[in-house]
Design a protein. Structure first.
Ligand code: NAD
Length: 303
């Protein structure tokens, strides 16, 4: 097989390493001034995948000098117990970011839990305050995966203004915030989903395709305009040739000759998500300091 031209590959691992190096430098500076950013990660229950995600987040935090606080509750913990823990973390001045690992056990109302997190500590960017702020184009905490995708796109495309981006998928954690961020970057944005008609024709018009569906290799070369830039958020485990492997929502091998740049799976968007969680923890700290400053500043206008 011919080697893949490296200009075409959007290397999420390398970009994530750069993001994390910047975070590490920033944290070191903060620590010199006596301030250590803190991230609380809350896990309810024993879901195997969630345990791996939490372990990785805690490990990564340690690597960049962020103090992590792992909080575990049993599967049968009540909603009230979880809300009480979040309240404690909201009040803790050493905790700057709070992440509740999803999904939660079925008896817990996910929305109510997310809404209980102080929006200035909501490093996942899922609180309505942050969702609304993103829609209004204000400077708020935005979800980690789409934020990471934006960084990859800026690096790959340079100027995004005026480009036509098609986002495939409309979930609250990827598709919708991705569309909002692209809009903020002055792209023309189309969102397509499971009920859209003529998906392929819509995708074929796109300069940028962001796939966040969860269907292995749904998008093949016929869906793509020659020279398009493709960000594949999908992570799908399949059995192939007698072994288990991870593939994206895009048929990578078929798309490669047609596109100008594409993220691989794994090694594309995945590493960016955790890097942006660390970056968001610093942003949260910054927003909290700004809010505290505003509280201290006397109101000079008649109010
Ligand atoms: P989701 O199930 O919440 O949403 C999937 C979306 O795809 C829905 O809006 C649905 O309308 C749309 N859809 C379903 N079938 C479709 C079809 N045939 N054509 C067009 N649209 C269709 O999923 P999600 O949470 O947004 O995740 C999507 C994928 O991204 C999953 O594979 C997930 O594992 C992956 N993911 C990766 C990361 C990462 O860090 N890389 C983070 C989050 C999600």
């Amino acid at each position: 097989m011919n080697a893949i031209p490296s200009v075409k590959l959007i290397d999420g691992k390398a970009t994530a390493a750069r993001v994390l190096a910047d975070v590490r430098t920033h944290v070191a500076r903060l620590r010199e001034s006596g301030l250590q950013p803190g991230l609380a990660v809350v896990l309810v229950g024993t879901d195997a995948a969630s345990q791996v995600y939490v372990r990785n987040k805690v490990l990564r935090a340690g690597e960049v000098g962020i103090r992590s606080l792992e909080q575990r509750l049993p599967s049968d913990a009540s909603q009230a117990q979880l809300l009480e823990l979040i309240e404690q973390l909201n009040r803790d001045p050493d905790v700057h970011g709070i992440l509740v690992q999803l999904p939660l056990p079925a008896h817990i109302d996910e929305h109510q839990v997310v809404q209980a997190i102080d929006p200035l500590k909501d490093v996942d960017g899922f609180h309505s305050h942050n969702v609304g702020g993103l829609a209004q184009g204000r400077s708020v905490l935005t979800p980690c995966t789409p934020s990471g995708c934006m960084r990859l796109l800026r690096d790959a495309c340079g100027e995004l203004r005026g480009k036509h981006a098609v986002v495939v998928g409309r979930s609250n954690i990827v598709g919708k915030p991705m569309a909002a961020l692209l809009l903020q970057a002055d792209c023309t944005v189309t969102v397509v989903h499971s009920r859209s008609r003529d998906l392929q024709a819509l995708c074929r018009q796109a300069d940028i395709v962001v796939a966040a569906v969860g269907k292995p290799r749904l998008i093949d070369a016929d869906w793509l305009k020659p020279g398009a830039v493709v960000i594949d958020v999908g992570i799908n485990r399949i059995e192939e040739d007698g072994r288990s492997r991870l593939v994206g929502d895009v048929d990578f091998a078929a798309a490669l000759p047609r596109v100008s740049a594409i993220t691989p799976v794994p090694g594309g968007v995945g590493p960016m998500t955790i890097a942006y969680l660390m970056k968001n923890t610093l942003l949260a700290l910054d927003l909290q300091r700004q809010a505290a400053q505003q509280e201290r500043t006397p109101c000079l206008s008649p109010c």
